[in-house]
Write a protein that binds this ligand. Sequence first.
Ligand SMILES: NC(=O)c1ccc[n+]([C@@H]2O[C@H](COP(=O)([O-])OP(=O)(O)OC[C@H]3O[C@@H](n4cnc5c(N)ncnc54)[C@H](OP(=O)(O)O)[C@@H]3O)[C@@H](O)[C@H]2O)c1
Length: 276
Amino acid sequence: MTRYGFIGTGSMGSMMIRHFIRTDVAVPQDIAACSKTGASARALAAETGITVKDSCRDVAQGADVLFVCVRPLDVHGVLAEIRDVLSHDTLLISIAACVTLEDLTAWSEPGTRCARIIPSVTAEEHSGISLVAWGSRVTPGDKELIFSLFSAIGTPVEIEERHIDVYSDLTSCAPALFASMMQEYAAAAVRKEGVPPALAEYLVRHTLIGTAWLLTGKETGFDDIIRRVATKDGITEEGVNVLRSRLPGVYDELLEATLARHELVMQTIARQGKDN
Ligand SMILES: NC(=O)c1ccc[n+]([C@@H]2O[C@H](COP(=O)([O-])OP(=O)(O)OC[C@H]3O[C@@H](n4cnc5c(N)ncnc54)[C@H](OP(=O)(O)O)[C@@H]3O)[C@@H](O)[C@H]2O)c1
């Protein structure tokens, strides 16, 4: 039996708990959780049957695998609170952006096994990618356990930590970026041709869902879909040409902005480590 602890039951913590239970890779009796105010943890316990604890220390003390699911700037405080109750047998997993394996190692007891996992809201549909970066002390057994958990709610992909920010842009940030792109596409139809906004969104949304299904075909990649729809000298090709001429600059700018933000948060986190 593996005992799981979750510190933080907001959007991501609660999503993971719900879907680990729903996919039978964990049972409620083996999960304990807490949150800052306790309200979200209590609501989740009423829904799923997990145990709520009063403090981070109580959760940490009983956990074989401890998920830290708080916002990046809260990780240091949480680890300071639980540091002395973390057992050497605990596998510590942070899902926070911008908190490095080096930070986690420095803020835990020497010998703690650490890993970073960046999940995505798409796990709610048991799809999409969870990025996994291992600390140096994790064991083959740890890796097997984590892969079995995250394979149940999507596809875990092992990565080198130094690329984690840009990979996160392509995975965990992407649902919001894709939604925003599609929103702008629908908005253009409203602006240019007076299409009713709700209808424009409905049409684009369902076409996006259909396109995603097409992409689940084994042999179907982006190029295949473009080739099938944007036939030579046809109407769609005109649109593809506009996107190909304008979007590289837009995406370069997007990555520059998000990566700069990552850097800023990491600097703040580094200062937290030095101040304490
Ligand atoms: N959102 C995403 O798509 C996404 C994707 C990948 C990774 N992440 C990472 O996931 C982490 C959590 O994000 P989120 O969207 O789930 O945030 P969130 O909804 O704001 O949840 C944060 C949770 O942390 C709890 N918390 C804060 N301080 C605490 C403390 N001292 N002790 C115990 N619990 C504490 C909060 O408690 P209350 O409920 O009482 O307020 C809340 O349950 C972030 O670090 C983020 O980088 C997010």
